[in-house]
Design a protein. Sequence first.
Length: 191
Amino acid sequence: MAGTTAEGERVTIRPLTLDDCDEFTRRARESRELHRPWLFPPTDAASFATYAGRLIDAADRHGFLVCARDTGALAGYVSINNVVHGAFRCGALGYGVFAHAARRGLMTEGLGLVVRHAFGPLGLHRLEINVQPGNAASIALARRTGFRLEGFSPDFLYIDGAWRDHQRWALTTGMLGARRSPRPHGAFAQS
């Protein structure tokens, strides 16, 4: 598949482009009920341009789309934000699945591919995920991909008009090697 960064059994990941606007915003609008109150992905061309502009060709951010391997349809998205190299070699993940692809394991496989890309070609050592405590689906995805709970941050991020508490989850290259298993679809063992 053209522009593919990595392939799994059922999904591929590839960089987000400005050409993805129509499908991305349509899928985001279809997924409002699933995303609220946790996520607010762009649902129109103007907000998509702003979102994509922060991710495309940025040294400290990388935006990926998780695509169904058989059709190429967008299943979800993953961004690696606040990338710091040097001694830290860390990034913070943000992600969302689109409603039509939810509960099918596609994001587990896709997030696993992004993690391997971050720890491989991007040269990172640590990835973090910050999740609101009530977002059970996002916490389950973090666990399925091998992240460990490291702490709690009160009033951590400003989301939907208020400062929200978050749990901090992390994964390092050493943990990834220790957790690999022959599970299908590129997934990692649960913690």
